[in-house]
Design a protein around this ligand. Structure first.
Ligand code: HEM
Length: 385
């Protein structure tokens, strides 16, 4: 990646109507801008998801109704009904015994808003996809890709409910595995939408039908960030941020006591706060060092201006992320700081993705496409819905 981004690769003119490097007709800029807006919505949704968890609001709506659930209770009687349903589940008796209706309304609205923005993202994705498709403003490949992303959004909704359902049992705490899976899928959705927007707004140049080759180190960095996010999801899911609130030592030691005290061994990585937090610290600091090394190597090769700016952004985001992580820990997980820590993780991922996108280099097609349109490949046809 380091080598490739520094080569000043030619860029296709995004305003040009015609065939771009993928062999598909270039989509209008409005498509790219719309996708950036949806990516921003997903970003906001991830932060709202964090706030939902941090305010312990996530288990306040105890059923899943994708359509009718969009309508919140209005009358006093309806509020009474949803509160009565909530009181039947263990979170009420175990955690919120004696909660008033007014207090319940507060956590209800947060969870409702989280689900509502989820629905909004689904609609904000599918309606314009169909609209652009019917008007043949986008090519077949892009259309199919957008439908696939919509499928991921729908899956995220199902996974969200699967996560909530794990907390509606005797122990009112959602499964850390499901929480992390929900976070990872949200990050993948954010990444694929952002990537698609960049494909449209900043298409890479190359002969018709050519593919973009990207260095493996870019995948590795994105994978590493995702891995650290998963480990953070486990810290959040096991509430390990409320233990060992010192840095850099844990319980006065570099390696905390009882690191592997659970049997079987793998249980430590799922349940043992010492292990879960220790691994997040180790992975996070390793990521920080990797990002710095990566950035220095990139900057030393005088990349394009916008890539250089992004690399400085990556350094800043990594620094901020570690500062937010340590502060969240020392101050015992205040909502605002923990939510900012989650947001910054996604920003770090997004910036790395941008740099990776810009590292594309055209790989000539095995059989060069014919110069004129008689024999146009099926994929390059405009989509007809
Ligand atoms: C670049 C490095 C880092 C990344 C990408 C990262 C990422 C994350 C993510 C995604 C979460 C989950 C948030 C959630 O689900 O709500 C998290 C949680 C957490 N992280 Fe990090 N983190 C990093 C560095 C650190 C550092 C250095 C510390 C402190 C030593 C730290 C402490 C925590 C704590 C205490 C939580 C749990 C907060 C909560 O309960 O909401 N993180 N991290």
């Amino acid at each position: 990646m380091v080598d490739d981004v520094t080569r000043r690769v030619g860029r296709a003119n995004p305003t040009t109507e015609g065939i771009e490097a993928t062999g598909e007709r270039a989509a209008p800029r409005s498509v790219g801008i719309w996708l950036l807006v949806v990516a921003a919505l997903v970003f906001a949704m991830v932060v709202l998801g964090g706030v939902t968890r941090l305010t312990q609001s996530g288990l306040s709506i105890v059923d899943w109704d994708p359509i009718m659930g969009a309508f919140p209770p209005i009358t006093q009687e309806q509020w009474g009904e949803v509160f009565a349903e909530y009181r039947e589940f263990p979170e009420y008796s175990e955690v919120n015994d004696g909660m008033t209706l007014r207090e319940f309304e507060e956590i209800f609205w947060i969870e409702w808003a989280h689900r509502f923005v989820g629905r909004l993202i689904g609609l904000a994705l599918i309606i314009p996809t169909l609209w652009f498709g019917i008007r043949r403003a986008i090519g077949r490949r892009l259309f199919v890709r957008l439908l696939a992303i919509f499928g991921l959004v729908a899956l995220e909704g199902v996974l969200g409910w699967f996560m909530v359902a794990s907390g509606l049992v005797d122990v009112p705490r959602v499964s850390p595995v499901r929480l992390s899976a929900h976070l990872v899928l949200a990050t993948i959705i954010f990444g694929t939408i952002l990537w698609t927007a960049l494909d449209v707004l900043l298409p890479r140049a190359g002969p018709p039908g050519s593919k973009q080759r990207r260095p493996r180190s870019g995948w590795a960095l994105l994978g590493f960030i995702l891995l650290v996010m998963v480990s953070g999801g486990f810290v959040a899911g096991t509430k390990s941020g409320f233990a060992y609130n010192t840095f850099p030592l844990m319980g006065g030691r570099v390696v905390p006591e009882g690191l592997l005290r659970y049997d079987p061994l793998w249980d430590n990585f799922l349940e043992n706060s010492a292990t879960v937090q220790f691994q997040h610290r180790i992975l996070a600091i390793s990521l920080f060092v990797t990002v710095l090394a990566f950035a220095v190597l990139l900057l030393r090769r005088s990349p394009e201006r916008r890539v250089a700016i992004a690399v400085w952004g990556l350094i800043g985001a990594a620094l901020l992320q570690v500062t937010l992580g340590v502060s969240t820990l020392l101050l015992e997980v205040p909502t605002a700081l923990a939510a900012a820590h989650q947001a910054c993780a996604l920003a770090l991922f997004g910036i790395a993705l941008f740099i990776f996108h810009e590292s594309g280099e055209a790989e000539p097609p095995p059989n060069p496409a014919p110069p004129h349109g008689d024999d146009v490949d099926e994929d390059s046809e405009l989509v007809a819905v």
